[in-house]
Design a protein around this ligand. Structure first.
Ligand code: SF4
Length: 358
């Protein structure tokens, strides 16, 4: 029997009874896929149920306050994902009547939605022919097709996406994607795959060549991490605000300009701090255009920063925020900026400020 058909038949018999699979609806599929990127199914289910109960559709999410959405995300971490979900729901309601567009490029423009989530929504909710690629799929496909290169290497995602596209069962794209993921989660396990129970065993390269312990090859090199950040220069009279925040990923223990990473955040440790978000979302920050941009590298992190600046009428607002979030403040002159904040980040910002003053 054709392996795609065999896999589909296996899935129809063995699929787990999960609430978000009951109906082919984009919204619950989207929420469940984002949650599943953070935690395993069993841990995620109660959180998913209560989230969907409180926010049953994009409209309810779009009309909710951010704080309430975050409160309902508790236990999942990666709060930037919850913020992005709410922002994307607002755009869905504003631009698409609350429904997901059936177009990969349009979905990819929504905040926080990457290739995997977009393809999962389009295939599972709309049965459109897009193959997904997550950790489980990579393991199954690399074993089945005998992909012996490092799956953490630079080219692996492109290679494996091509393989996934070719393997896609275009008659049942949604079921097919879920079947491969389910196979990876329950049968083609990382340590001891249950090949005897596998619908793909007949033609599986790794099983035939007894290489299931060697494939997939995972060699961790220090993969470059790309980050997009924003830095704020807040003046009060002739002084510039510096902060010293607990639990920062970079610049630990140092007074620094308020900064944070935005867009797709690769790991929770890069999440922006509450004080940065409060400054970023405050009225004076809205509709600002950057006064400059620069690139910065710290070990394997490649960062692109936009710099914003404005003058405060009073320092009180910032001091209240700092107290609320347990952050220390310091006000320094421009000439002292790079001695009080001894990082090349400060020198790069200072260069922009001096250029603007000249
Ligand atoms: S036969 Fe074994 S190694 Fe191959 S896909 Fe199935 S479970 Fe994985």
């Amino acid at each position: 029997m054709n392996p795609k058909k065999k896999l589909h038949d296996w899935y129809l018999t063995h699929k787990r009874d999960l609430p978000f699979r009951k109906k082919k609806q984009a919204y619950p599929i989207w929420i469940s896929e984002v949650m599943l990127q953070q935690t395993r199914v069993n841990a995620m289910l109660p959180l998913y149920e209560s989230f969907i109960k409180r926010f049953p559709n994009p409209e309810s999410l779009a009309h909710a306050e951010e704080e309430e959405v975050l409160a309902n995300w508790k236990g999942l971490g990666y709060y930037s994902r919850a913020r992005n979900i709410r922002k994307a729901a607002i755009l869905l309601v504003q631009n698409y009547n609350g429904a997901f567009p059936k177009d990969l490029n349009l979905i990819l423009k929504l905040p926080g939605i990457g290739n995997y989530t977009a393809r999962a929504i389009l295939s599972i909710a709309y049965d459109l022919p897009f193959a997904v690629l997550d950790g489980n799929v990579k393991r199954v496909l690399s074993r089945y097709y005998g992909y012996t290169n490092n799956i953490l290497g630079a080219k692996a995602d492109t290679d494996l996406q091509k393989i996934a596209d070719e393997f896609l069962n275009e008659d049942h794209p949604g079921d097919h994607n879920q079947a491969v993921m389910e196979l990876g989660a329950t049968i083609c396990l990382p340590e001891s795959p249950k090949c005897l129970l596998c619908p793909l065993s007949e033609f599986c390269f790794a099983r035939i060549h007894q290489k299931t312990s060697e494939i997939p090859l995972r060699v961790k090199d220090k993969k470059q991490i790309i980050l997009k950040g924003e830095i704020f220069v807040l003046y009060y009279k002739n002084s510039i605000l510096l902060l010293r925040e607990p639990k920062m990923r970079f610049l630990k223990g140092m007074f620094h300009l308020p900064y944070g990473f935005i867009g797709e955040i690769p790991e929770e440790t890069y999440e922006p701090s509450q004080i940065f978000l409060s400054i970023k979302d405050s009225n004076p920050s809205k509709n600002l255009t950057p006064i400059g941009e620069f690139k910065h590298t710290i070990t394997h992190h490649k960062m692109g920063f936009s710099v914003y600046s404005y003058v405060l009428e009073s320092r009180e607002w910032v001091e209240v925020l700092a107290k609320k979030f347990g952050v220390e403040t310091k006000w320094v002159s421009l000439s002292d900026l790079d001695t009080e904040f001894p990082s090349s980040l400060a020198s790069k910002v200072k260069k922009i400020l001096l250029y603007l003053e000249s």
